[in-house]
Design a protein around this ligand. Sequence first.
Ligand SMILES: Cc1cc2nc3c(=O)[nH]c(=O)nc-3n(C[C@H](O)[C@H](O)[C@H](O)COP(=O)(O)OP(=O)(O)OC[C@H]3O[C@@H](n4cnc5c(N)ncnc54)[C@H](O)[C@@H]3O)c2cc1C
Length: 301
Amino acid sequence: MPNRLLLAAAESKRLEEFASNNKLTRPIIQRYVAGTTLAEALNVSTALNRDGMDVSLDLLGESVTDVAQADVATDEYLRVIERLPELVPGQSVSVKLSQLGVALSSQRCEENLRRLLVAAREHGSIVEVDMEHSSVGRETMAIFRRIQEEFPETRMAIQANMRSTLEDLTDFKIPPRVRLVKGAFLESRDLAIKDADDVTEQYKYLSVWALKNLPDPAFGTHDDTCVDVIKTAAAELGIDKQSFEFQMLQGVRRPLQDQLVRDGYRVRIYLPYGTQWYPYLTRRMAEKPANLLLFLRSLAG
Ligand SMILES: Cc1cc2nc3c(=O)[nH]c(=O)nc-3n(C[C@H](O)[C@H](O)[C@H](O)COP(=O)(O)OP(=O)(O)OC[C@H]3O[C@@H](n4cnc5c(N)ncnc54)[C@H](O)[C@@H]3O)c2cc1C
C-alpha cells in the first residue's frame, strides 16, 4: 500500500531540494534511474536490449509551470525519438502530459503530444502516455481519446485503483492499447479503491478483461500473483506469449524480468533518466516499505 506520508512528500519542494543535494541518496537514485543524460540512458537501454528486453524511456520531470518548459521537454523527447531506434530497436517513450503542459493549456499539450506522435511514427517507435494524479487524469484521458483514432498505436496507462477505469475502457469506439497498472498516486476514497488487496483483485479482474477485449495489452506490475493470473488466463484463452507484454520498472525485481524473458514473454523496462528524479523516486519508495527506511536515513544524512 503506498505510504501516504511519502506520497505527500513527493510534492514537497523543500524536501526535493534537500534530497537533490544529498550524496547519500545517490545509491538509491542509481538503482531506479538510468542516469542524468540521454547518453547514459541509451547505454542502459542497449544493455537491456541485449538481455532480450524492450525499453520505454521516460524523461524525468512533471508538472511544468510554464509553456516554455513544456516545449523544452517536448524537444528533448523528439531527440530521444530520433536517436533511440537506430540503437535500440523495439523501444518506446513514456510521457507525462503534465510535463507537456496539460495543466496550463490542454490545446498546447495536445499539440506537443502530436509532434511526438508524428516523429515516433516516422522513426518507428511508440509513445506511451503515463497516467498521473486525477487532477490531470481526466484531461489526459480526453487528449488520448482525441488522438487515438489517428494514432491507434499509442498506448495509455490506466490505473486499476480508479473506480472509473472499467467504464472508461468500455467507452472507447476503437479498443485502446493500454498499460494496466495498480496506480501510484494518493487519491480520495470517492475516486479510488484504497485497500491494497482490493486493488490487487481489481487488477487481476481487469487483466483478464484486457486480454479478452484489448489489442496487445501491457501489464505494468511486479506482483507475482498478478503475473500468474495473466500467464494462466492468456494460456487458457489461447493467446500467444508475444501478443501481450509485461512491463516493469528499472531497478525492481530484475530476476523476475529475466525469468519472463527466458519463458518466452515480451518484457519492457520503464527506464527513467534525467535530473528531476525526486517525485518519481518518492513514489517508488512508497511502493516498497523496506526501501523507506533507507531513503529516510539518507535524507536525514
Ligand atoms: C512499467 C510501469 C509503468 C507504470 N506507470 C504508471 C503510470 O503511468 N501511472 C501510475 O499511477 N502508476 C504507474 N506505475 C506504478 C504502479 O501503479 C504501481 O504503483 C507499481 O507498479 C507497484 O505495483 P505492483 O503492481 O508492482 O504491485 P505491488 O504489490 O506494489 O508490488 C509487488 C511486489 O513488487 C515489488 N515492488 C513493487 N514496487 C517496488 C519498488 N518501488 N521497489 C522495489 N520493489 C518493488 C515488491 O517486491 C512488491 O512486493 C507503473 C508501473 C510499472 C511497472
